[in-house]
Design a binder for this molecule. Structure first.
Ligand code: FES
Length: 146
């Protein structure tokens, strides 16, 4: 009977250790993924390798913006004019909420910060800065990371 307690404890301890190792693996894998895109370069200039397609330019109406994903991260793609595009991280600089187009601005659902649809500039706090730009360019019919 008493032999069960140490055995059970051992199993639980082992389970925790395995869970911890698995969590560590996930973190390391995420870091490795980011690094692999910039290997060979000593300068990390953006979240995605240059030339990654963000979206078709015509997916975004002129003067508006839409939510997209760049290298697995939430982003905003704006189309200031017929032939130009601008892109920003959708991660709110306040506390990391995901900003999205709403009512003519880019709005954070967590605490209500607002950003300019076409420039990502701060319009209303509590955030203290605008959205982080992601360099993009128009290539043919597509918007790609620059
Ligand atoms: S996280 Fe966006 S306003 Fe607080």
């Amino acid at each position: 009977m008493t032999a069960h307690s140490p055995t059970r404890r051992t199993v639980l301890t082992t389970g925790v250790a395995v869970a911890g190792a698995a969590a560590g693996t996930v973190v390391l894998a995420a870091c490795g993924g980011s690094d692999s895109g910039t290997s060979g370069s000593s300068q990390n200039t953006g979240p995605a390798p240059a030339g990654t397609t963000v979206a078709a330019l015509n997916d975004v109406p002129v003067g508006q913006a839409k939510s997209v994903t760049v290298d697995g991260e939430p982003a905003i793609l704006a189309r200031p004019t017929d032939t130009t595009a601008a892109c920003f991280s959708a991660v709110c600089p306040h506390q990391g909420g995901t900003v999205a187009p709403e009512g003519g601005v880019l709005k954070c659902p967590l605490h209500g910060s607002e950003f300019d649809t076409l420039t990502g500039a701060l319009e209303k706090g509590p955030a203290e800065t605008g959205l982080t730009p992601i360099p993009v360019k128009v290539e043919g019919q597509n918007v790609v990371t620059a």
